[in-house]
Design a protein around this ligand. Structure first.
Ligand code: SIN
Length: 287
């Protein structure tokens, strides 16, 4: 018996009554996909999955995508990445955690991953939560005049913005050659639900088309500050066996480096293929 419990009043739902090691029926698959489009973050507890079972569970929601950073791939499983403390450099004793500011994955791809999923294999005794903010609600709450101003804008997304607040993994020239710079709408429309959402990623956004850099970055910072307010947040406290999947078109997420660097944090990670992003509004704002 599948049960659905909202994670809080904002975003996300916990699903119970399902063993993700088992194959799900087409009806359950459809129900889960409907819930995913609505809630954007789904949490399934107590799922002790092997890498193969993890891949199959994620495939309920779509097709697996290649891992961009090959050095963080699980040996023998090219589509499964690993988030491991053992791969992280340190600076002044602090772990340089990947994903430590709010972002949406691979926004500089022509077809960014529609979803990302993590499976917790080992978790520190405290800290290391993953935070999510609902960028649909953040858009909906903007004042009408600001919506009019930004509705049809586009931003260039690159591997690492010249104003990025964090350093990205360095890619080999071969990996870099595979990454195009793309223009993405500032406000996207969800392909399933049709709901508009802000599309932001301060680590990758290189200005806004048609705007002077200072004005563009001031606008990006204003929208980012708004969208990352705790009123839009669900914060996931991990336990071993948690399977979490999120919709990169409806939420941003961020990692935290607030745990003991000597403790081991280890999660499997897959991404699901997405389509080119659709602007929510064309030149004339219609809301
Ligand atoms: C990420 O995918 O950005 C990392 C999330 C995490 O490790 O908490």
């Amino acid at each position: 018996m599948l049960t659905v419990k909202p994670l809080n009043d904002v975003v996300g739902a916990e699903i119970s009554g399902l063993d993700l090691r088992e194959t799900v029926s087409p009806e359950v698959c459809q129900t889960l996909n409907d819930l995913f489009a609505e809630h954007a973050v789904l949490v399934f507890r107590d799922q002790p999955l092997t890498p193969t079972q993890f891949m199959h569970a994620a495939e309920i929601f779509g097709d697996l995508m290649d891992q961009q950073i090959k050095k963080f791939v699980l040996p023998g499983f090219p589509l499964v990445g690993v988030n491991s403390t053992r791969d992280l450099p340190r600076k002044n004793g602090k772990l340089q955690v990947r994903g430590e500011n709010y972002h949406t994955d691979h926004s500089n791809s022509l077809r960014p991953p529609k979803a990302t999923s993590l499976l917790a294999v080992q978790i520190p005794s405290y800290g290391g939560d993953t935070q999510f903010v609902d960028v649909r609600r953040a858009w909906a709450d903007l004042p009408a005049d600001l919506k009019d101003e930004i509705a049809a804008l586009r931003s260039r997304h690159v591997h690492e913005s010249s104003r990025s607040p964090r350093a990205f993994a360095k890619l080999s020239p071969e990996e870099m050659a595979l990454i195009p710079n793309v223009e993405q709408p500032l406000v996207i429309r969800h392909p399933v639900s049709g709901v508009p959402a802000l599309y932001l990623n301060t680590g990758r956004m290189e200005g806004i088309e048609g705007m002077e850099p200072d004005a563009a970055y001031a606008l990006i910072d204003r929208l980012y500050t708004h969208a990352t307010h705790p009123r839009y947040e669900y914060r996931h406290r991990w336990a071993v066996g948690d399977f979490v999947i999120w919709d990169n078109r409806s939420v941003m997420h961020q990692a935290n480096a607030d745990y003991d660097p000597e403790e081991f944090r280890y999660l499997y990670r897959v991404m699901l293929k997405g389509d080119a992003l659709q602007p929510a509004f064309e030149l004339e704002a219609q809301r």
